[in-house]
Design a protein around this ligand. Structure first.
Ligand code: BGP
Length: 484
């Protein structure tokens, strides 16, 4: 058993969680800059940590300090990218997934001309990666659209966002097409219904005419159309590039073999896969669409939308995988949080402090399900373990729990490849500690590289290699043969 030659091992980050420099070189405010760290919030309640209101957005805009707005400072990748890229290269990375902050290129999303300093930053990053032989895989939209577009249009609920996004992508393809051959459109596109603001700039209280959920499906439709247009554009502008969709793979098992649980589980999984179905098959799945129609929340479509979606499907399927859930019709079943979801607890699985259930076999199940359904190459673009780390007196960090997590997941990945799944690569979330998307904490650490910063931004920002750094280096060097 072995991973294919040329397997793309690496790591994944997002601009809003690492760059910092939120008000530097002409960058505009993004939806990430108003995400507040709330020390008293229950980190297992994702609605409390990701929810927004006009009141707290306005308060955030008036506040220039970064202490409670950690994504404004990130881990200062903006100024330290050379050091970080060198560390990734030392681990042997073949690929790095990163995103381009829309608000660094078009500060409000509506300027006629792009911000030259923003373009220069990414050009420098891609040039440096080229020198280090690290291939980029770039997400065009990763939870960081210009805040101005959320305020003016209520984000992606408005159809005008399609053209604004296409304009941004045109600039990205024009300036970075020579470096970037792997693109992803919308990070975790399915998360619109779970955290509409972060994903699509939707401020629920502005959803006047249609209810919140209808707004979300409308926004998703606009993203499907935009995604199709952008794929078409990419094929014209960079013929040797490939476009992938990006799904939060939320595999759900029936909590029992009671037929009611099985039926409820089936529905959950179809709802999750819906976002990939549209982008791979080029059409809305009949069952989900019917359900949306019954509930009166089906999106309004314009003539030509479905043809565009049909003619411009994606080249590959990428996804994040952290945990699995179960489903039950019993209202009293014990629930547990996952990646911005709440599901029924699985008695067979351990959980992290944040409640996310650890399930390596579920990764194999997910890979096989996705490959069998879509018959497209797959790319795992996020997988990892958020934990608190302890720095020993001598500065070392013994994160055996992280090594154990990855080893178990890699073995299942290998088994899926062995069964015939076409897997292009794997990027861990995240190779370096960064700000949590869901809780805005720094102390929920994912990296092979430790960053000296606490939840309130105290610390030197110095980088230190954890034990897992050397372990992953060995895995990559042996293309997964040595996971010991
Ligand atoms: C995914 C996001 C990432 C990310 C990761 C871990 O949903 O695409 O941006 O951060 O999950 O989540 P968290 O940071 O909340 O632990």
């Amino acid at each position: 058993m072995s991973f294919p030659n040329g397997f793309l091992w690496g790591g994944a980050v997002a601009a809003n969680q690492v760059e910092g420099a939120w008000d530097v070189d002409g960058r505009g405010m993004s939806v990430a800059d108003v995400a507040q760290y709330r020390p008293d919030a229950d980190v297992k309640d994702y609605k409390a940590t990701t929810g927004v209101s006009m009141e707290n957005i306005n308060r955030a805009i008036a506040e220039k300090d970064t202490t409670y707005y950690p994504k404004r400072r990130g881990i200062d990748f903006y100024h330290r990218y050379k050091e970080d890229l060198a560390l990734f290269a030392e681990m042997g990375f073949k690929v790095l997934r990163l995103s381009i902050a829309w608000s660094r290129i078009f500060p409000t999303g509506e300027e006629d001309e792009p911000n030259e300093k923003g373009l220069a930053f990414y050009r420098d990053v891609f040039e440096e990666m080229k020198q280090l032989h690290i291939q980029p895989i770039v997400t065009l939209s990763h939870y960081e659209m210009p805040l101005a577009l959320a305020l003016k249009y209520n984000g992606w609920t408005d159809r005008r966002l399609i053209d604004l996004f296409v304009k941004f992508c045109t600039v990205c393809f024009e300036h970075f097409g020579e470096y970037v051959k792997l693109w992803l459109n919308f990070n975790e596109i399915d998360s619109i219904i779970r955290h509409p603001f972060i994903t699509a700039g939707i401020i629920p209280e502005l959803c006047e005419e249609r209810d919140d959920l209808a707004c979300c499906y409308q926004a998703a439709h606009h993203q499907f159309v935009a995604g199709a247009k952008v794929t078409k554009l990419m094929r014209e502008m960079i013929p040797d590039a490939k476009m992938g969709l990006m799904l939060t793979k939320l595999t759900t098992y029936p909590n029992t073999c009671a037929p009611g649980d099985v039926a409820a589980t089936q529905k959950k999984n179809l709802e999750n896969l819906f976002y990939a179905d549209v982008q791979v098959f080029g059409e809305y799945p009949r069952l989900v669409l019917k359900d949306l129609e019954h509930r009166g929340i089906a999106p309004i479509m314009e003539e030509g939308d479905l043809a565009l979606i049909r003619e411009n499907t994606v080249d590959f399927v990428s996804f994040s995988y952290y945990m699995t859930m179960t489903e039950s019709v019993d209202p009293n079943a014990e629930r547990t949080p996952g990646n911005t979801v709440l599901g029924v607890k699985n008695p067979y699985l351990p959980s992290s402090e944040w409640g996310w259930q650890i399930d390596p076999v579920g990764l194999r199940v997910s890979l096989i399900e996705l490959y069998d359904r879509y018959k497209k190459p797959l790319f795992i673009v996020e997988n990892g373990l958020g934990m608190r780390d302890t720095v020993e007196e001598d500065g070392s960090i013994h994160d055996n729990y992280r090594i154990d997590y990855f080893r178990k997941h890699f073995k299942e990945m290998e088994a899926a490849v062995d069964e015939g799944v076409e897997l292009m690569g794997y990027t861990s979330w995240a190779p370096i500690d960064l700000i949590s998307a869901g809780t805005n904490q720094m102390s929920k650490r994912y990296g092979f590289i430790y960053v000296d910063q606490d939840d309130l931004g105290n610390g030197t920002l110095d980088r230190t290699k954890k034990d897992s750094f050397y372990w992953y280096q060995k895995v990559i060097a042996t293309n997964g043969r040595d996971m010991g």
